[in-house]
Design a protein around this ligand. Structure first.
Ligand code: ITT
Length: 193
């Protein structure tokens, strides 16, 4: 099955393709002639996932899905949350975002955090959402080179490695996105689209 994934993030695309496997071929917005940034202006992950998927459906007329993800840090009242991409600056500056997170947690003993992903699927005009959560903690310094975003700072519960020290398969096995996408895949298989 070919399906359009509403992301401009190449790391996400690779992670999601690995979880879905060869039964699914992912198309990107660019593959469908959509070059502009896809708007995400809602106050929640649910709202943004839905906005991104609806935007692409309007632009292309194709079935599609979108993922919106946030890092929710307990001691920061759930921040950066839905603002995770633009925490420190207006752009997607991963280094500045990680620096600000460490600054805001300086001296803080409670390092509990979770990643939460919401996937919005639009199929034949009907919308379904799938959620994936992974609990863990924020380190005091970065470890690892893999992955993207806040990965070098996040250690999931039950693991010793950060997401950035894991292979893509190891990350997908426990991650927020892996969990949400496996629910999406189970649904798509169940209806044999
Ligand atoms: P698209 O909207 O084009 O899909 P994005 O990078 O803007 O890509 P999100 O809005 O879902 O994606 O994610 C917000 C930010 O959260 C993202 O820029 C990263 O900094 C961070 N993030 C998301 N998923 C992550 C992951 O698996 N590991 C580490 N950080 C992640």
């Amino acid at each position: 099955m070919k399906i359009l994934f509403a992301t401009n993030n190449a790391h996400k695309l690779a992670e999601v393709q690995a979880v879905l496997g060869p039964a699914f071929t992912l198309l990107t917005p660019r593959d469908c002639g959509v070059e502009e940034e896809i708007p995400e202006e809602q106050p929640t992950l649910e709202g943004n996932a839905s906005q991104k998927a609806h935007y692409l459906l309007r632009r292309t007329g194709l079935d599609c899905f979108a993922d919106d993800t946030g890092l929710e840090v307990e001691a920061l009242g759930g921040a950066p949350g839905v603002h995770s991409a633009r925490y420190a600056t207006d752009g997607h500056d991963f280094d500045a975002n990680k620096r600000l997170l460490l600054e805001n947690l300086a001296g803080q003993n409670n390092r509990r955090a979770r990643f939460r992903t919401v996937v919005s699927l639009l199929l034949d005009g009907k919308e379904l959402q799938f959620e994936g959560i992974v609990e863990g903690r924020i380190l005091e310094e970065e470890r690892g080179q893999e992955g993207f975003g806040y990965d070098p700072l996040f250690v999931p519960d039950g693991c010793d490695k950060t997401f950035a020290e894991m292979s893509a398969d190891e990350k997908n096995a426990v991650s927020h996105r892996g969990r949400a996408i496996r629910k999406l895949a189970a649904y798509l298989h169940s209806i044999e689209k």
